[in-house]
Design a protein around this ligand. Structure first.
Ligand code: ATP
Length: 225
């Protein structure tokens, strides 16, 4: 039996008294492309943050390639997140005042790659997402959409086994959104990456192999597409 790339079991999360997740379980296999959908406030981003290890659930377990995050030391958890999980968040993911190429190279430097190798790979990924011409610009000099492309390049540069993306096409027009989506989907297809995207965008949902719809902090239904 395949070990799921990502497995959530009975996840609960609350912000003070505001309960966001009320027992969510799901399994995502390598190479699957999953759209997490549902009305605003149903818990999609909270779920993604729990899966990424950014938030720690109040109850339940998160397993990445069979390893339970809570069972790892803080250092091991950080290493697993760096090497196996690529995250594309909605805002503030890039380091301000740092050139795009260096922002994208950062995860490779942290993983111990040489500066020159990290630089070459970062440029390659900036090319893949269509902004190699902006390599020397800093995030504040660029549009939201360009920053979003750079965030995708940074999430993919380490060749993670899971990519978690929160509204990856959110600040892009439909053509640019489609192109960026294609980069994510191709990465999932060719490398067997599990791709999980939180989305309101029908185009994103249409690229998925499965849709998981949340409602009021629980899975309302799942559809294989
Ligand atoms: N930092 C926070 N503090 C308090 N409550 C929060 C916080 N973040 C989210 N919530 C609440 O938790 C619930 C789930 O929010 P979440 O952002 O996960 O939903 P979502 O489905 O991603 O929404 P959207 O589609 O609007 O981004 C909502 O009721 C929201 O108001």
């Amino acid at each position: 039996m395949t070990t799921p790339a990502l497995e959530l079991t009975d996840i609960e999360y609350k912000y003070r008294r505001n309960v966001a997740l009320r027992g969510v379980s799901l399994q995502i296999n390598p190479g699957e492309i999953v759209a997490i959908t549902g009305a605003s406030g149903c818990g999609k981003s909270t779920l993604l943050h729990c899966a990424a290890g950014i938030l720690t659930p109040d109850a339940g377990a998160v397993r990445v390639n069979g390893q339970e995050l809570a069972s790892l030391s803080a250092d091991d958890r950080a290493a697993l997140r760096r090497t196996q999980i690529g995250v594309v968040l909605q805002f503030g993911q890039l380091v301000p005042d740092v050139k795009l190429v260096d922002n994208v190279a950062l995860p490779l430097l942290l993983a111990g790659h040489s500066r020159s190798e990290a630089h070459v790979q970062a440029l390659e990924w900036l090319k893949q997402v269509g902004i190699e011409g902006e390599a020397d610009a800093v995030p504040a000099e660029l549009s939201g959409g360009q920053n979003q492309r750079a965030a995708v390049a940074r999430a993919l540069v380490t060749g993670p086994s899971i990519v978690l993306a929160d509204e990856p096409t959110g600040s892009l027009d439909s053509r640019a959104g489609k192109e960026l989506l294609e980069v994510l989907v191709q990465a999932a297809r060719y490398r067997g990456t599990a791709l999980v995207m939180v989305t309101h965008d029908n185009l994103v949902a249409a690229s998925a192999t499965r849709e998981i719809r949340l409602r009021d902090g629980v899975v309302q239904h799942e559809v294989v597409l």
